[in-house]
Design a protein around this ligand. Structure first.
Ligand code: IMP
Ligand code: MG
Length: 369
């Protein structure tokens, strides 16, 4: 994902796909034109990359020139097309092929036809790399189309958003969901994960999704997914990941206007982490970070034994049980640490100190995301 000015964009069409499409267009056009020497007219600024790649592939002699028109401001097409640089050569009797990066409303095409009406060219052909069928409002024939795309704003490969993004070699599409801060929170037993999750929830307006709570809620309310999960549990079987993911998906949908989520208790395995990525992607979002509170074993043992004196939780009272729980935590999270570290999304936070100090450390990580 990338950010340009205030907007976020996600990868949409790779440079190798673009390359293949341009090769196909070159093939079609060169076959149609035979030995005729065409004049390719690029519409600046957006078409410079397309024209460059196109003419490099064109197998026969050709001429190349540009006109400069502008109709776009920010994210939308304006009524008023400005002709910034017009034609500078006589095209009488020539075959002209317009090379446009993208045809959206078609207003630019309207202006192009007006320019060429007075030029006495032999024929005027229109070729566009990208075409938005839902946005096109004119009825000029478009002779060659590269890729049909949905009516969503794109950047890259010559196309810009307020000046930025033209240099990108691939195409990115605007993200319709607001940017979210989605955190996978980890911490060994006794690290203070629950306390910190509450702070983060309030500070950043995040929704805390504890998998344990979600399970209990679904089972108690006998939802379809709860009943399904219970049917596995009753047979002593593990609940399949897909059931858990479906529950989390429902939770995310319930909070569709959230600024982000704290996932707690999920994922536990690499396969689950991959499923969570797919889920977030389907919501036009992604996991921003895995944050793990790091606390020395001896400190944890001391904290938990202390808690055991008052909490009455039997698993907090026995030192060897505590040590086992901590060991299990590390053996399980190591895989996830690697998974998120590979994507530069792993952040270890020192979990020793006062509650406020630890919150400040967490804030630093989240604010820098
Ligand atoms: P039209 O005049 O509405 O057909 O728009 C054509 C021009 O608008 C293109 O040459 C681009 O410069 C610009 N444009 C249209 N759609 C997009 C987009 O999704 N991203 C960036 N520029 C666009
Ligand atoms: Mg353009």
């Amino acid at each position: 994902m990338i950010k340009l000015h205030d907007k976020y964009f996600k990868p949409f069409i790779s440079s190798s796909e673009i390359d293949a499409v341009i090769a196909r267009m070159v093939d079609e056009i060169s076959k149609d034109l035979g030995d005729e020497i065409p004049v390719f007219v690029g519409i600046l600024n957006g078409s410079f990359m397309f024209v460059s790649d196109f003419v490099k592939k064109y197998p026969k002699p050709c001429e190349v020139t540009f006109i400069k028109l502008a109709s776009y401001e920010g994210l939308k097409s304006t009524e008023d097309i400005q002709r910034l640089i017009g034609l500078t050569q006589d095209l009488t009797g020539r075959t002209v092929v317009i090379l446009e990066d993208i045809i959206d409303s078609g207003k630019t095409m309207f202006e192009v036809h007006r320019i060429f009406n007075n030029e006495n060219v032999k024929q005027l052909l229109i070729a566009t790399l990208f075409y938005k069928p839902e946005a096109y409002k004119e009825d000029f024939k478009i002779h060659y189309k590269g890729i049909d795309i949905p009516n969503k704003f794109i950047v890259g490969f010559g196309l810009d958003y307020d000046g930025l993004g033209r240099d990108l070699p691939e195409i990115y599409q605007i993200k319709t969901t607001e940017h979210m801060t989605n955190i996978v929170l980890f911490g060994p037993p006794g690290a203070g994960k629950g306390t910190q999750a509450n702070f983060l929830r309030d500070q950043y307006d995040l929704v805390h999704i504890s998998t344990g709570d979600v399970f209990r809620y679904n089972i108690k309310n006998e939802t379809a997914l709860g009943n399904l999960a219970k049917s596995y549990m009753d047979k002593g079987q593990l609940v399949p990941d897909q059931v858990t993911i479906d529950m989390l998906s429902a939770e995310v949908d319930k909070n569709s206007d959230a600024k982000g989520f704290i996932f707690d208790g999920f994922p536990r395995t690499r396969a689950q982490a991959e499923s969570l990525d797919i889920l977030m992607d389907s919501k036009d979002s992604e996991i921003s970070a895995m944050i793990a509170l790091e606390v020395d074993d001896e400190v944890l043992v001391k904290r938990l034994l202390e808690r055991g004196k008052t909490s009455g939780r039997p698993d907090d009272a026995d030192e060897s049980i505590i040590r086992n729980r901590i060991k299990e935590y590390y053996s399980k999270t190591a895989i996830l640490k690697d998974y998120y570290a590979e994507q530069n999304k792993y952040f270890g936070v020192d979990g020793v100190g006062s509650i406020e100090d630890i919150t400040v450390r967490l804030n630093k990580v989240i604010d820098a995301l």
